[in-house]
Design a binder for this molecule. Sequence first.
Ligand code: 13P
Length: 257
Amino acid sequence: MSKALVIGNWKMNLDHVEAVHLTQQIAALLASRPADRVDVVLAPPFVDLRSVTSVLEAEHSVITAAAQHASDRDNGAFTGEVSVSMLKRLGVSSVIVGHSERRTLYHMDDALVASTVRAVVRGGLDAVLCIGENLATREAQEHDDFVRQQLLSALEGVQESNERVTVAYEPIWAIGTGQTATTEQIRDMMSTIRTQLSALRFSTSRVLYGGSVNAENAATIVTDGGVDGFLVGGASLKTDSFAAIIGACNDCYAERR
Ligand code: 13P
């Protein structure tokens, strides 16, 4: 895969007015300092999506928009849910599926993650499948098996070599904690994930890292962690830190080990 991918997951932050400001700032910065080796994606809350895609269209920006979640159903009596076709119609290009916060706080189990991945790719959008172990699983040295199993389950029934699937490895213990996984832990896990992806015939998928990525550690993680990019939480809410992460990816992606 020739280009890295950096996604800003804003989680439940920024209303649509704030979202417009941040999108304008990031789009302007990227227009003045292009990052040709990086695809950049913003994932705001549902209610901000139309505002964000309108700004991106008006600015003719190369940035695209992602939703943080979607329903696995096409339409119907599912109060509070949003379908893939509704997102597509808004100009959204991808959907984050199975983020650990949805898995742990909203009971999204493996079966629902799998059916949501299928719904997203069937609907013609890119799926960013989130996987990753908690601290107890890591301490029990069961993280490799756990993540292999998450991949197996989530990709069941998805057409092989589907270029619409991206994987984001986000160890739960590194999310929002300031405790980034070491580059060695990340490199080992990238290898586990890529081996499993090729066994499942998804070897073209990009594999991202997420968990306390910031302007200071991004370059080292790309170079030594062997990642194809990042899923960024907190540091994506400020133009400077998000731009620095994109810049680090742009500079280091070709040299990654
Ligand atoms: P932080 O970058 O805030 O640790 O969040 C990571 C994440 O969950 C992105 O999806």
